[in-house]
Design a protein around this ligand. Structure first.
Ligand code: PNS
Length: 171
């Protein structure tokens, strides 16, 4: 079976992620979405919660499954017998970090190939951090995150601002 792993922080999953997942599902027999930790970032939601949101927006894709990834991506891929990592690539600004990760992963697991799917033009500006910021300030998230999770993303990520104003008030 031609299995691919699509890893990410998904904090939260965006319309851009979903587009890349859908296109990957059209290429590979099965796609496992690995919801993991990027230790350079501090996720706002636990991995299980982020995975639940990804599950909700991908439930219509029969050959896609979602798992939490606790450790290294290379170990996750090895354990599942996968040889392909799929990632979305938006702009030149993504390239350096993606290049570094792909090279490191290939050093750790030489048979593992990373392939990139170029994001659709309409999503090339879209990121989870932008979604978090718009949610925190009560902005309109329609079209930026899948409709099924609009309310929960609004609710959960608007707490970011509440939390930071709380800190300011207390200091
Ligand atoms: O959405 P992101 O933040 O680009 O996803 C990054 C992620 C989670 C794919 C990456 O940090 C990762 O693979 N984490 C698992 C730990 C690991 O293998 N780190 C080494 C990567 S070089």
């Amino acid at each position: 079976m031609n299995l691919a792993i699509c890893p990410g922080s998904f904090d939260p999953v965006t319309a851009g992620h979903l587009d890349v997942i859908r296109r990957a599902a059209g290429i590979f027999d099965h796609v496992v979405i690995a919801v993991g930790a990027n230790l350079r970032k501090q996720p706002r939601l636990p991995a299980a919660e982020r995975a639940r949101l990804v599950q909700k927006v991908t439930s219509h894709l029969e050959n896609v499954s979602v798992e939490v990834m606790d450790g290294l991506l290379v170990d996750f891929a090895r354990e599942r017998g996968a040889r392909v990592i799929v990632k979305g690539l938006r702009a030149v600004s993504d390239f350096e970090s993606e290049f570094e990760q792909a090279q490191l992963n290939r050093t750790l697991f030489p048979e593992l190939e990373t392939v990139f799917i170029m994001s659709a033009a309409e999503h090339s500006f879209l990121s989870s951090s932008a979604v978090r910021e718009i949610a925190a300030f009560g902005g309109d998230l329609r079209g930026l995150v899948p409709d099924e999770i609009l309310d929960v993303v609004r609710e959960v990520y608007s707490r970011d601002r509440t939390a930071s104003s709380g800190e300011e008030a207390g200091s």
